[in-house]
Design a protein around this ligand. Structure first.
Ligand code: UTP
Ligand code: MG
Length: 490
């Protein structure tokens, strides 16, 4: 069987399983990066375990440099560390190299026998641990996103080659698409209804994979305990967003993932910081978080969550953003904010990179001021007149608090009715409008075919500096509905 070449090839197998032998028969010596050989370079010999940390540091550097240049690279280590595998896979993705995992499924007895025959055998308990890990590694590999997973029982020259291609996906085209429209807007799918029938996870997965395929920049979920009346009935499902985003983080996509918006009344800010940091770690740095002061009293009452007055809720928002940023910053030192204080800021895992904080809400006196002071972005209504007025207030606050307005991105929530054509757009209005007059429903949701919305988004970018549109489809029933919106992403 021919493996893709050049490729990133990661060997996976216990000591003595024949990894180095397999690699030597197929690749040039300089293509094989071996932790054992590097132990010999920085330590007393290939089996000097005291030199492991240094050897792996160099190995990582060599792998990154070679893969970054698009050179064929064979990583000869035990391959049993899922974290390392994932980061090598990410390097390959970035470089557009296919990623191949080669599993040396040599019988355990052979590994033990060969190990025992060595000058410096691996201690028996260590080998036993490796062999135990090998029993489940195939399952792990199957979900990691390798283009090819090969299982082999030994080196070809030994005549025992029983190679079997377990998973082969189409050779990857590195997805380097810039996920902005030609007008420079990124469109994030906002999901607020969940008509998932009997298969919640399947429905969500389908939506996310299709959104990624079509070129959406991300997915945003509402954060409510009870479905809100603007969207659906109270007994319709609305999942806990951070658990749900965890599911989406496990899919092989480039989608950015977050909430729009998390009311800071629902969880202590530190706990939100923890969830978002974890989401960022699990998704490889794709998390964002929308935050707001909360407004819906009923969901608080129903879940036994206090719902203080507006002033206190806005305090929670302001203190909460400061608290989250404190817990995401390096170190564990004590933190004293303007109003709140923490004796330490020990929060691991930390986010992979800076997590954008989007402040939702358009209260002019306080919310927009909080956005100006602490936000990476401010989420506003997409109606151009409202947007112009709110942006002006936001920018006034920025100059007031000494912040460059360019540091606070303007994002909008837009809920378009998108028809295949004019007739289809109007049929959708009739179906969706409930008791609202058709004309005002159509106007509020800009009912039209996709090209009209694309022009609208271009105008939002050009005239109002909008960087991101959170697009919520009022009639998103299944993944099939997204294709209709695709022209908006062009
Ligand atoms: P390797 O040295 O290739 O194993 O083979 P490995 O997986 O890379 O081991 P570690 O992790 O670095 O410790 C181990 C022994 O098995 C023989 C080789 O000649 C070597 O002596 N071997 C390998 C076979 O006899 N048959 C094979 O198919 C492969
Ligand atoms: Mg070896």
């Amino acid at each position: 069987m021919r493996l893709p070449d050049p490729a990133l090839v990661v060997l996976v197998g216990a000591s003595g399983s024949g990894k180095s032998t397999w690699a030597a028969e197929r690749y040039r010596p300089q293509e094989v990066v071996s932790s054992d050989a590097l132990r010999g370079v920085v330590g007393s010999g290939n089996h000097d375990l005291d030199a492991s940390v240094d050897a792996f540091a160099i190995l990582e550097q060599v792998v990154a440099a070679r893969v970054g240049r698009g050179l064929c690279t064979v990583v000869d280590t035990l391959g049993l560390d899922a974290g390392r595998r994932t980061s090598w896979l990410a390097l390959a993705r970035q470089a557009g190299l296919p990623a191949v995992a080669v599993v040396l499924a040599t019988p355990e007895a052979d590994c033990r026998r060969r190990n025992a025959a060595r000058d410096v055998p691996v201690p028996a308990p260590a080998l036993a641990g490796q062999l135990r890990r090998m029993r489940t590694v195939a399952e792990e590999l199957a979900t990691e996103g390798w283009e090819v997973v090969v299982t082999t029982e030994g080196a070809a020259s030994q005549g025992a080659a029983a190679e079997e291609q377990v998973v082969a996906r189409p050779a990857p085209v590195a997805d380097t698409r810039d996920r902005r429209t030609s007008a420079g807007v990124e469109v994030v799918l906002q999901v607020s209804r969940f008509p998932w029938g009997e298969d919640p996870a399947g429905w969500l997965t389908g939506i996310a994979l299709e959104a990624d395929r079509l070129g959406f920049a991300g997915i945003a979920l509402m954060d409510h305990l009870v479905q809100i009346p603007q969207v659906g009935r109270a007994w319709e499902p609305i999942p806990e967003p951070y658990v749900t985003l965890g599911l989406l983080a496990g899919l092989d996509t480039r989608l950015r993932l977050g909430t729009l918006v998390t009311p800071m009344t629902l969880r202590p800010a530190g706990v939100v910081a923890k969830a978002v940091a974890t989401l960022d770690a699990l998704s490889g740095g794709r998390a964002f978080v929308g935050v707001g002061a909360g407004w819906w009293e009923r969901e608080h009452a129903g879940f036994g969550v206090p719902f203080p007055g507006a002033r206190e809720r806005l305090d929670l928002l302001e203190d909460g953003i400061e608290t989250m940023r404190a817990l995401w910053s390096p170190g564990t030192k004590a933190w004293h904010g303007t109003r709140a204080a923490l004796p330490e800021t020990t929060c691991y895992p930390r986010p992979v990179g800076p997590v954008p904080v989007i402040v939702g809400g358009s209260g002019e006196r306080r919310t927009l001021r909080i956005a100006a002071r602490l936000g990476d972005a401010c989420n506003l209504p997409s109606d151009p007149a409202v947007l112009a007025a709110k942006t002006a207030v936001l920018h006034a606050h920025c100059s007031d608090v000494g912040r460059d307005p360019a540091e606070v991105a303007v994002t909008v929530l837009d809920l378009p009715v998108v028809g295949h054509d004019r007739g289809d757009a109007w049929r959708r209005v009739e179906r969706l409008r409930g008791r609202t007059a058709a004309a005002s429903y159509a106007a509020r949701h800009h009912a039209a075919p996709a090209p009209a919305h694309a022009e609208r988004y271009a105008a939002l970018a050009e005239q109002h500096g909008v960087s991101t549109v959170f697009l919520g489809l009022p009639d998103l029933d299944s993944a099939d509905d997204l294709e209709r919106v695709a022209p908006l992403l062009a």
